[in-house]
Design a protein around this ligand. Structure first.
Ligand code: ZN
Length: 139
């Protein structure tokens, strides 16, 4: 049993940036040499999230609109009064989607569906440097 810790660094833009990181994660798994096990992905920070979706522009826009309906940018947030950073909506959106994913690895590949990609969602109201932690456990 091995544990391999890696990270993926990305620069994001403001305004619900949604990035497909599937290939970057798969490359880390290939480099690790682990064929059977699982990968945990975690994004430190309280204004970004990880999920899976079909990375196709129509459904990406549908997701953006659904998130806007759930936690609209232009309503009142107590957080903005406290900090004045204007990103109350970003924190709420990130909390709803969650910061981590856990994906089984079989035969050296993640067990994703054919139309299922791993995406990083950055909800912050300014560009950010993000680091996704990639912990691969197995043999
Ligand atoms: Zn804030």
């Amino acid at each position: 049993m091995d544990i391999v810790n890696r990270s993926i660094s990305l620069t994001t833009t403001s305004g619900t940036d949604i990035l497909d990181i599937t290939g970057l994660v798969q490359r880390e798994i290939a480099d690790s040499g682990i064929k059977e096990g699982a990968v945990t992905l975690f994004i430190p920070g309280s204004t970004a999230a990880l999920t899976t979706i079909e990375y196709e522009s129509g459904v990406i826009n549908d997701l953006r609109k659904a998130i806007e309906r759930l936690a609209p940018q232009d309503i009142y947030y107590e957080h903005n009064e406290r900090w004045g950073d204007g990103n109350g909506y970003s924190h709420v959106r990130a909390a709803l989607l969650g910061p981590s994913l856990h994906i089984p690895i079989i035969g050296g590949n993640m067990t994703l569906g054919t139309w299922q990609q791993i995406v990083l969602l950055d909800f912050d109201n300014r560009p950010r440097q993000r680091k996704v932690l990639v912990q691969i456990i197995g043999e």
